[in-house]
Design a binder for this molecule. Structure first.
Ligand SMILES: NC(=O)c1ccc[n+]([C@@H]2O[C@H](COP(=O)([O-])OP(=O)(O)OC[C@H]3O[C@@H](n4cnc5c(N)ncnc54)[C@H](O)[C@@H]3O)[C@@H](O)[C@H]2O)c1
Length: 321
């Protein structure tokens, strides 16, 4: 009888724990984001640093005293976009994240920079680099009309590039002394609203973003289990950022192939795209949200960055289209 009672109590306690855990998760997006981590002297690496979101984030980070490793596919992009900000706390790295070899080499360069700055870890990795259809694409069409090279290129940057960066840099993110500093490092994966609601006629772009959303969630859950198993030092926070439309280089419009059998179908989507484009958010709005997540001890698992009415729209879009 006592054994049965013990089993029932254990069962009820576990059920209560599960309910509290689910409650916390459900309420998390409504909780006020704390800004309780001091950015000063913390090392942040971001890819796609020369671009719209990236360059705004670099400015914000330097302004608040962080050390920044700015990564982009060409040194000239970094020089052009961020050259004027050059200082002791800013380093440029030319890395094509589509190349495994270059990413492996980048990890060695990051180790050297940490030594030079006398830092014991990389505090934040912001996987932000991305391409649209393809840099070489001249025409847009239906999703069945894109060729092999193009599909591989988009996945290689938007999905595999981020995964490679995590694999190579995660070992440098360990918090070696949790007694001195209890704040865990963070990995921010920049997906897109297209990773939640696949808009038509964007080639395989929405698929790459859905893939990175899935990757972020499995990475986050593994990290939480690592912590639950008692390994606090290796625990890293994971946040998936899902921005809405913003007028940066990536969305530079490419003409739709008028000979495509999808051309008339594409014209039907114009009102939807008009709505999306007319409520564009500014790149600094997105950068500020990324900054807030990095330096918050209760950073979110995922965050949609858009105008509030577009957030409602995106949530409904799934059910009506
Ligand atoms: N602008 C939007 O509407 C929007 C919306 C949702 C999500 N996003 C995502 O936000 C991220 C940043 O986009 P953005 O709007 O600042 O675009 P952007 O084109 O201004 O910046 C992208 C940057 O990534 C760099 N890059 C491209 N390929 C690379 C590679 N192989 N290796 C290293 N760097 C590379 C580019 O040189 C560029 O500096 C992207 O992942 C994009 O998919 C953008």
């Amino acid at each position: 009888m006592i054994e049965l009672l013990k089993a029932v109590i254990a069962y009820l306690l576990t059920a209560l724990q599960v309910l509290i855990h689910i409650g916390k998760k459900v309420l998390a997006p409504f909780q006020k984001l704390k800004q309780d981590i001091d950015p000063s002297g913390r090392v942040v690496l971001l890819t796609g640093a020369a671009g719209g979101f990236g360059s705004n984030l670099v400015r914000e980070l330097l302004d608040k005293g962080a050390n920044v490793i700015a990564v982009d596919v060409k040194m000239e992009f970094l020089e052009k976009s961020l050259g004027k900000l050059k200082c002791e706390k800013l380093e440029f790295l030319q890395v094509d994240i589509a190349s495994n070899e270059q990413v492996v080499q980048a990890a060695e360069q990051v180790k050297e920079l940490l030594k030079k700055w006398n830092k014991d870890r990389l505090f934040a990795l912001v996987n932000n680099a991305g391409i649209g259809n393809s840099p070489n694409c001249v025409k847009r069409g239906g999703v069945v009309e894109f060729d092999e090279d193009e599909m591989q290129q988009v996945f290689n940057v938007n999905t595999l590039g981020h995964i490679r960066m995590v694999r190579e840099l995660y070992p440098l993110m360990e918090n070696k002394n949790t007694q001195l500093d209890s704040n865990a490092s963070i990995i921010l994966n920049v997906a897109s609203i297209s990773g939640r609601d696949a808009l038509p006629f964007l080639s395989v772009y929405p698929s790459t973003k859905h893939a990175i959303v899935g990757y972020s969630h499995s990475l986050r859950r593994e990290m939480e289990l690592l912590k639950a198993s008692g390994n606090d030092n290796s625990f890293v926070r994971v946040c998936c950022v899902e921005p809405g439309f913003s007028k940066t280089q990536i969305v530079a419009s490419k003409p739709f192939n008028e000979e495509s059998i999808f051309y008339k179908a594409y014209l039907l989507t114009k009102p939807l795209y008009f709505k999306v484009v007319s409520s564009a958010i500014t790149p600094d709005h997105v950068a500020l949200e990324m900054y807030r997540q990095i330096f918050s001890s209760n950073s979110y698992d995922s965050v949609i960055v858009d105008k509030w009415y577009m957030i409602v729209f995106w949530r409904l879009f799934n059910y009506v289209f």
